[in-house]
Design a protein around this ligand. Structure first.
Ligand code: ATP
Ligand code: ZN
Ligand code: MG
Length: 303
């Protein structure tokens, strides 16, 4: 365990694992940190290899239209980020520069673009599947990765504003998607054993906004739609979700019009790995020098 007097974030800065930007939750990563992430991703991809139907990597933004379809502004408006840009002429540009020089708010004249920052890695997948028409009988099983944005600035290094999720997404029948999620809860625990990280799986809820959100959150818990793989990183009492196992029923199938082979709305489930959180958990528990990590962990990640 590390020096409790110095915060884990300050230790990460001091060791050069992360670099401070002046904005909470926005950090540059070291080469070694990225190497750990790349190795973890390779390790994760050794599970369920023959089940994957395809792989995709998304840019950090998604179309505004698909973002709207996702319902994110209904459920999590407090976390969302949209991209705005200067769209003016020479005259407007002059005004912009004067405004900046005077230290006034220049951003109010920025215009919305067709891009929203991706809040959850699997969202951009659903419209792609929808455009292909009805799914084959075996459904779809996609391995993907995306940068995500959430407006939740924090001094907790495990709560970033921009971070990556690696996900497996299963799309098909209720049975296919629920089986998938059960399988992955097991595999998630197996992965944590091999990485020698203390962990436990618990039912969870998303931070739905406002008064109506409280009801949504308790409904999600009652129906056990979300589970998290918890690992202590910055706190023993409040361990951090490093993986999540989500069943969306046919909500996304309906929202994006994804059809099963028989024409009914598809069910979806996803398992998300928080790549920065997993790397931070490894540094937290095994130390800042990766060459001194336990032999079993080295064997798992370095082979
Ligand atoms: P939390 O309860 O800690 O806010 P979450 O429920 O919002 O987590 P998900 O929405 O399920 O997490 O996202 C999938 C995974 O992405 C999480 O299991 C976690 O590992 C990672 N993740 C979520 N939010 C962040 C963040 N702000 N910074 C870094 N990783 C994150
Ligand atoms: Zn997902
Ligand atoms: Mg969250």
């Amino acid at each position: 365990m590390m020096d409790a007097q110095v915060s884990f974030l300050d230790q990460l800065f001091a060791k050069g694992v992360l670099h401070d930007s002046g904005v909470d939750g926005l950090y540059a990563r070291s080469g070694e940190f990225e190497d750990v992430i790349a190795r973890f991703e390779k390790f994760a991809l050794t599970y369920g290899q023959d089940e994957i139907s395809e792989a995709m990597v998304f840019p950090p933004g998604m179309t505004m239209q698909d973002f709207e379809t996702s319902g994110y502004m209904k459920n999590f408006p407090q976390l969302a980020g949209t991209v705005h840009a200067f769209c003016g002429n020479d005259h407007d540009h002059m005004g912009l520069l004067q405004c900046m020089a005077a230290g006034d708010d220049w951003s109010k004249d920025q215009k919305p673009t067709q891009v929203a920052l991706t809040p959850a890695a699997c969202y951009p997948l659903y419209p792609i599947l929808s455009r292909r028409g009805a799914l084959p009988a075996e459904g779809a099983y996609v391995a993907l990765q995306s940068y995500c944005f959430r407006h939740e600035p924090s001094k907790d290094p495990a709560r970033m504003q921009m971070f990556r999720q690696r996900e497996y997404v299963r799309v098909g029948s209720a049975e296919q998607t629920m089986d998938f999620r059960e399988t992955w809860k097991q595999r998630g625990s197996d992965m944590m054993e091999r990485l020698q990280l203390p962990h436990n799986v618990d039912v969870a809820n998303d931070p739905f906004f406002g008064r109506a959100g409280k009801i949504m959150a308790s409904g999600q818990r009652e129906q056990e739609l979300k589970f998290e793989m918890l690992v202590p990183i910055t706190s023993e009492e409040k361990p951090t979700a490093c993986m999540s196992f989500n069943y969306h029923m046919d909500n996304f199938g309906k929202a994006w019009n994804i059809r099963q082979a028989d024409g009914t709305p598809a069910h979806t489930a996803c398992v998300g790995f928080g790549l920065e959180r997993l790397a931070l958990a490894l540094f937290r528990h095994h130390g800042f020098d990766t060459s001194k990590w336990p032999e079993g962990v080295r064997a798992t990640l370095w082979g």
